[in-house]
Ligand binder design. Structure first.
Ligand code: UDP
Length: 324
């Protein structure tokens, strides 16, 4: 099978490309390298390009006869999306539509979309199931929810079948130690904590200690990047088997507080991790935990690395290995 991975040089995309190549798929990566890294693409054919280059996109889809498209190329910083909504709507919404229109034009009917827990906004209940009301509170979440709705309309009108995968907190790294998280700037908790452990940052700032949670810090549901990639394959297979599109919430169903993450990182690394207690970060809900029963029941998903210590250990092998 031939698969196009848009954003295949990024954090999750690069892990996906490696998995697809290992499983014998014929992979093409399209990435503009605005955030990704060419050396993170460990297999397949690499095409340097942006979804805004509509002629290039058209030519690629016309000539390559892909059986499916996975779309990871999006901006991901909530705070930045509030300051620069135009950047987010252009890249995450409009350019996604260009991709979908090219797929429709060339009759490529199977699409896996990287969505987010941010479409739910402030949770009304927890854990969060797929039918929880969608009330995104920032342009990043709103853009992702717009695309999900667009995809429902495209399925009805054009027969394009899509699975939307709503990531909670993607974390960890390739168990082989070959790939990991390399955002610039890094904003995510686990890599920042590990960079503090490695002495590459002086400390980690905890954003808020007065949340309505057991220890006052925010609770999140961390999911190993390799487990996340496995779901994409299962979702693609489901589409190829003739099922309709759908949406799945992806997490492990266990919430860990910021303090628990730091304590786990201390145990895993054996290093001191200096902590500074700071203000809340605007837009952070107190608790985001996924109800992923639908993914387990309907896709047969069975996470291998659900344990937080394993997630942190794999991330540490990557961060620690980058030390010298
Ligand atoms: N966080 C923190 N300090 C940091 C980065 C993150 O306390 O330097 C907290 C953040 O407020 C949130 C959790 O860690 O409660 C996870 O944040 P991250 O940015 O990794 O993912 P998000 O939940 O925003 O998708």
């Amino acid at each position: 099978m031939r698969v196009l991975v848009v954003g295949g040089a990024g954090y999750i995309g690069s892990h996906m490309v490696k998995l697809l190549c290992q499983r014998g798929f014929e992979v093409t990566v399209l990435d503009n390298l605005s955030a990704g890294h060419r050396d993170a693409v460990k297999g397949g054919r690499f095409v340097l390009g942006d979804l805004g280059e509509r002629d290039l996109l058209d030519e690629l889809l016309r000539t390559s006869r892909f059986d499916g498209v996975l779309h990871f190329a999006s901006h991901i910083q909530v705070g930045e999306s509030v300051r620069e909504p135009a950047k987010y709507y252009l890249n995450n919404v409009f350019k996604t539509q260009y991709l979908l229109d090219a797929m429709v034009a060339h009759r490529i009917n199977h699409f896996i979309f990287s969505s987010t827990a941010a479409i739910f906004g402030e949770p009304l209940r927890t854990p969060i199931d797929e039918d929880h009301p969608k009330n995104p509170i920032n342009p990043f979440g709103r853009g992702k929810w717009m695309v999900e709705q667009m995809l429902s309309d495209y399925e009805v009108a054009y027969g394009l079948k899509a699975v939307c995968l709503r990531y909670f907190n993607a974390a960890g790294a390739d168990p082989d130690g070959e790939l990991g998280e390399r955002h610039e700037p890094e904003t995510h908790l686990i890599p920042l904590v590990l960079q503090a452990a490695a002495g590459r940052r002086p400390n980690i700032t905890v954003f808020g200690t007065d949340y309505d949670t057991p220890d006052g810090t925010c609770v999140r549901d961390y999911i190993h990047v390799t487990d996340l990639c496995e779901v994409h394959l299962l979702a693609l297979q489901r589409l190829w088997d003739g099922a309709g599109g759908g949406a799945f919430n992806l997490g492990n169903g266990n919430g860990f507080s910021v303090r628990e993450v730091i304590d786990t990182a201390r145990a895993v690394t054996g290093r001191e991790i200096p902590v500074v207690y700071g203000e809340r970060r605007p837009g952070d809900p107190a608790r985001l935990v996924a109800d992923s029963r639908r993914a387990r029941a309907e896709l047969g998903w069975n996470p291998r690395y659900a344990d937080l210590a394993t997630i942190v250990a794999h991330a540490w092998r990557w961060e620690g290995g980058r030390e010298g």
